[in-house]
Design a protein around this ligand. Structure first.
Ligand code: ADP
Ligand code: MG
Length: 169
């Protein structure tokens, strides 16, 4: 291919799995914590109760942060947790009315130089999401079962390529 030709956009790297219970969600969080590089941005989507916050708790635990620190924010949309592998930012943007309001939340300062960013309700700030990101979509199949789709976009595709296929042999 000559330099003047536009490069085709690389398809995101994907994995999916059925998480039969919360333990499996924890196992997924462990797998991801082992492959994502410092500076990773994780966008978590799924309806209320799908397990987004539960995932962040388990991801934090895998990074050596006390999972009890990770809660659904009652005030303030952004929480920061210091850990042995750096700073984890946890944002829950459910209550954010418009992407233009993001500046008032302290987003820019929080996300800058964060080691890991986990965002619930990323749809609220779609234009502000980095191109290099991991998208995790959780869907409820039953009281305990979830279907998860994990997609690595841009430079984050390399991390997803390091995950086993299938995720759970
Ligand atoms: P969200 O942040 O998506 O609104 P939460 O993580 O706060 O959801 O709540 C998910 C609830 O579902 C928790 O009470 C959790 O214990 C429960 N749950 C049951 N099975 C699973 C599973 N397989 N994965 C994640 N959460 C599960
Ligand atoms: Mg939540």
């Amino acid at each position: 291919m000559s330099l003047s030709e536009p490069r085709p956009l690389a398809a995101p790297s994907r994995r999916w799995a059925t998480l039969v219970n919360e333990e499996r969600l924890g196992a997924l969080a462990d797998l991801l914590a082992a492959v994502v590089p410092s500076g990773a941005f994780l966008a978590l989507s799924g309806e209320l109760g799908a397990g987004k916050t539960t995932f962040v708790k388990r991801f934090a635990a895998a990074l050596g942060i006390d999972p009890a620190e990770v809660v659904s924010p009652t005030f303030g949309l952004i929480h920061e947790h210091a850990g042995p592998h750096g700073r984890l930012v946890h944002a829950d943007l459910y209550r954010l009315a418009h992407v233009a309001d993001l500046g008032e939340t302290g987003w820019d300062d929080a996300v800058r130089d964060a080691s890991y960013v986990c965002v619930e309700w990323p749809e609220r700030v779609a234009p502000a999401l980095p191109a290099d990101r991991i998208e995790i979509e959780l869907r409820c199949d039953g009281p305990e079962s979830r279907t998860v789709l994990v997609a690595g976009h841009g430079a984050a595709a390399a991390a997803i390529d390091r995950l086993p296929e299938p995720l759970f042999g």
